[in-house]
Ligand binder design. Structure first.
Ligand SMILES: O=C(O)CCC(=O)C(=O)O
Ligand SMILES: [Fe+2]
Length: 226
């Protein structure tokens, strides 16, 4: 089944051409961009890179990668992201949950805003992962989901693989320098905008690039596919 057909139940059947890629209007209002180019060097149109992977090294990344990461648009806006950050700050953080690669985080399930976050993820992010990778959305389940805070005390996260089939991360703020998600195979970091989600196979080696100034908040989730 094609990526688009697999994602159809959650999509309006409108397609928008973005270079050689196809953007599909999500029922929630976002646009899912599905790259249809062959994963070979030079195949990706510049316009797509410029629009959807702006902060990455657009000449090198997203090309020649077998199992690629994607940036997709969501309906998350800054005001909502700010509420999620405030809820996490009100709750407090721990570094005890991820033993091998400790982040300073807090599980979304412990936050006041938990239900709204899960609804949003189901509607916008899990459906996008299914669409991008050609999966059955009903077989994707959220295994862990947490907010991470990076600052001078915890500037980044070493390169690693997640114990997930697919992972996603959504930036919740800007106004910091450095940061972003580093991908070993790209040799560079991707810094999506607030409102975009970065999605990738869990075993694509990546890390949290060190924040140089300011604070970076991200929402991270691990998906199982059964
Ligand atoms: O900070 C990031 O962008 C990556 C976080 C991450 O890889 C993780 O929490 O497993
Ligand atoms: Fe990770």
């Amino acid at each position: 089944m094609s990526a688009l057909a697999a994602a159809r139940p959650l999509l309006r059947e409108e397609t928008i051409t973005v270079g050689a890629s196809i953007g599909v209007a999500l029922s929630g209002g976002g646009v899912l961009v599905v790259d249809r180019a062959e994963p070979k060097y030079g195949a990706k149109p510049r316009a797509w890179c410029a629009q959807h992977a702006r902060a990455a090294n657009t000449d090198q990344c997203w090309r020649g990668v077998d199992r690629r990461a994607y940036v997709v648009e969501t309906t998350l806006d800054r005001a909502v992201a700010k509420r999620w950050i405030a809820a996490a700050e009100a709750h407090g953080w721990t570094t005890m949950r991820h033993h091998r690669h400790p982040t300073r985080d807090v599980p979304v399930s412990l936050l006041d805003v938990g239900a709204a976050v899960f609804e949003f993820l189901e509607r916008d992010v899990i459906s996008a992962v299914a669409g991008v990778y050609g999966l059955d959305a009903k077989r994707l389940s959220l295994n862990d989901c947490f907010l991470v805070k990076y600052d001078r005390d915890h500037p980044g996260l070493e390169t690693h693989v997640d114990g997930s089939e697919y992972s996603f991360s959504l930036p919740l703020n800007d106004g910091f320098s450095g940061g972003g998600t580093f991908f070993e195979n790209l040799g560079s970091s991707v810094r999506p905008r607030v409102g975009e989600a970065l999605v990738h196979p869990g075993d694509l080696r990546h890390g949290g690039a060190p924040v140089v100034h300011g604070v970076r908040y991200v929402l991270v989730g691990f998906l199982r596919y059964k």
